[in-house]
Design a protein around this ligand. Structure first.
Ligand code: E4P
Length: 217
């Protein structure tokens, strides 16, 4: 299972990279704004910085909502660095643009996926990644993890290679449930990833080992 971090915060990206378990980064316009990164030039520079920090794929979202605009923007984003994955919204022109980029061998991430039908379209358009937002579904009393299971079944039925990127992951249990279902990738906050570390018996056991070592030395 690949681990992506869902942030534009450079300190958190560095910490996750140094932790040694990071496979990539996802960003979106809201995450950029949260870090105070505004204006096309600053956003482009921020993507470049993120690519310098991490080894893996970095999703960069287009702002255009029409096919020509998405192609123009996506091509210039992809030209920044081979790590860039062009992130496209799940709308008709987004699907068309996804097909355009996948035919050219440019990596894509179809975002804002909330149904299995949308996931099927993303796979047919050759998306590299497809991002169902599980936390936002949970927020409206809809089963986000259930959607991941449905998509896993459909993709396995036909051998689609599009990777299921479980997005809008909010906590550690989301990560574990996505792993059990077989999501290819999860993207979430650093706090959810670090939550995987925690077990009181690990802390108690380590404290005991150290105390016993000190007794004999
Ligand atoms: C995915 O690529 C999105 O950036 C993200 O996971 C959205 O998560 P949120 O629902 O916590 O905003």
């Amino acid at each position: 299972m690949k681990f992506f971090i869902d942030t534009a915060n450079l300190d958190q990206i560095k910490e996750a990279q140094e932790f040694g378990i990071l496979d990539g980064v996802t960003t979106n316009p809201s995450l950029m704004a949260k870090e105070g990164i505004t204006g096309a030039e600053n956003i482009i520079n921020h993507y470049k910085t993120i690519c310098d920090i991490v080894d893996g794929d970095v999703s960069a979202e287009v702002i255009a909502t029409d096919f020509d605009g998405m192609v123009r923007e996506g091509e210039s984003l992809a030209a920044l660095n081979p790590q860039i994955v062009v992130k496209l919204p799940m709308i008709a022109d987004g699907v068309k643009a996804c097909k355009y980029f996948s035919d050219k061998g440019i990596k894509t991430n179809m975002t804002l996926v909330f149904s299995a039908g949308q996931a099927l379209l993303a796979a047919k358009a050759g998306a590299t990644y497809m991002s169902p937002f599980i936390g936002r579904l949970d927020d409206i009393s809809t089963d986000g993890l259930g959607l991941i299971s449905e998509i896993r079944l459909i993709y396995d039925n036909y051998g689609y290679e599009t990777q299921i990127l479980a997005a809008s992951v909010r906590h550690t249990m989301h990560i574990m449930d996505c792993a059990k279902i077989g999501a290819d990738v999860m993207t979430g906050p650093l706090s959810a990833i670090k939550g995987l570390l925690k077990h009181p018996l690990t802390d108690i056991g380590l404290a005991q080992f150290l105390a016993d070592y000190k007794k004999g030395n």
